[in-house]
Design a protein around this ligand. Structure first.
Ligand code: NAD
Length: 258
C-alpha cells in the first residue's frame, strides 16, 4: 500500500514541541519528508531523531519566524535538501503575557504579534512564492485558535494575532485558488502541550479550563495533527479559505451546568 503523502515535501514551523512535533511525526508516517523550523536546536534535532526512528527523512533549520531573512532562508534550505515544497503547516506561536489590555506592555504586544501574525504572513509569502515557482499546487495550514474566533480575557495580543491569522488565511486562499494552492487554518481548543501546561497547568485553573470543553477533557496534539494531515491531503481537495474548529465542543455553546 502506498502512503498518502509519499515523497511530498512538508515544512512544519514550531516543530520542536507540542502540536508541531506531533504533526511532523504524522506527516512522516504518511510518507512525507519533513523540514522542521524552530528556535531550539536540541529539541529540533530530537524531532529529526524521532522522524528517522519512524523510518522517515527530516531536516531541522533553526529559524525565528518573525524575521523575513530567516524565513526566506528556511524555504531555500528545504528546497535545496528535498528539491521542492508541497505542503506547509505554519504552526509556530507563543502565548505572550496573559494580562488585561491595560497592563500589557508594548514590548509584549509587539513580540506576540510579530511571531504569531507577522510570522505566518512571512511564511505564506515565501512558501507561496516557491509553490508558484514550481508551477502551482500545494496545501498550507495556518495555526489559529478558538481565540481567533472569540475574545479571551487577558489575551488581547494573542487573540488579536489569531483573529489576524484567520483573515490572512482567507486572503491567501483567494489570491492563490486559481494556482491550485489551498490555504486553510485550524482553531484548536485547549490542547495538552507545553504551552497548554504553562497557561493552564495549575490545578485550580486546569479544572475550570477542562470545564469549558463539553467532552470533559483537553485535546491531545495528535487530534490536531490528524486534521492537519487530512487538510493537506488530496482528500480535502475542495477545501480552501476555511478555519476548522477542533475544540471538544468549546464553541458549540455554554457547557451544561448539570
Ligand atoms: P509549544 O509551546 O509546545 O510549541 C510552540 C512551538 O513554536 C515551539 O516549537 C516553539 O519553539 C515554536 N516557536 C515559538 N516562537 C517561535 C519563533 N519565533 N520562531 C520559530 N518557532 C517558534 O505550544 P503548542 O501548544 O504546541 O503551540 C503550537 C501552536 O498552537 C501555537 O501557535 C499556539 O498558539 C497554537 N495553539 C495552541 C493551543 C494549546 O492549547 N496548546 C490551542 C490553540 C492554538
Amino acid at each position: 500500500m502506498t502512503m498518502e503523502l509519499e515523497g511530498k515535501v512538508v515544512l512544519v514551523t514550531g516543530g520542536t514541541s507540542g502540536i508541531g512535533r506531533e504533526t511532523a511525526l504524522l506527516f512522516t508516517k504518511a510518507g512525507a519528508k519533513v523540514v522542521i523550523a524552530g528556535r531550539r536546536e536540541l529539541e529540533g534535532d530530537e524531532t529529526v531523531g524521532l522522524i528517522r526512528a519512524a523510518g522517515g527523512d527530516g531536516l531541522f533549520v533553526k529559524t525565528d519566524v518573525s524575521k523575513g531573512s530567516e524565513v526566506a532562508a528556511l524555504v531555500q534550505k528545504a528546497v535545496e535538501k528535498f528539491g521542492c515544497l508541497d505542503i506547509a503547516f505554519n504552526n509556530a506561536g507563543i502565548e505572550g503575557a496573559w494580562v488585561p489590555i491595560i497592563r500589557q506592555s508594548e514590548e509584549d504586544w509587539d513580540r506576540t504579534i510579530n511571531i504569531n501574525l507577522k510570522g505566518v504572513w512571512l511564511c505564506l509569502k515565501y512558501e507561496i512564492r516557491q509553490m508558484l515557482k514550481q508551477g502551482g499546487g500545494g496545501a498550507i495550514v495556518n495555526m489559529a485558535s478558538v481565540t481567533g474566533l472569540i475574545g479571551s480575557v487577558g489575551a488581547g495580543a494573542y487573540s488579536a494575532s489569531k483573529h489576524g491569522v484567520i483573515g490572512l488565511t482567507k486572503t491567501a486562499a483567494l489570491e492563490n485558488a486559481k494556482s491550485g494552492i489551498r490555504v486553510n487554518a485550524v482553531c484548536p481548543g485547549v490542547i495538552e502541550t507545553p504551552m497548554g501546561e504553562r497557561l493552564f497547568g495549575a490545578p485550580a485553573i486546569h479544572k475550570s479550563v477542562v470545564g469549558l470543553h463539553p467532552v470533559g477533557r483537553l485535546g491531545r496534539p495528535v487530534e490536531i495533527a490528524e486534521a492537519v494531515v487530512w487538510m493537506c491531503s488530496d482528500r480535502a481537495s475542495f477545501m480552501t479559505g476555511q478555519s476548522l474548529v477542533l475544540d471538544g465542543g468549546f464553541l458549540a455553546g455554554p457547557n451544561s451546568p448539570i
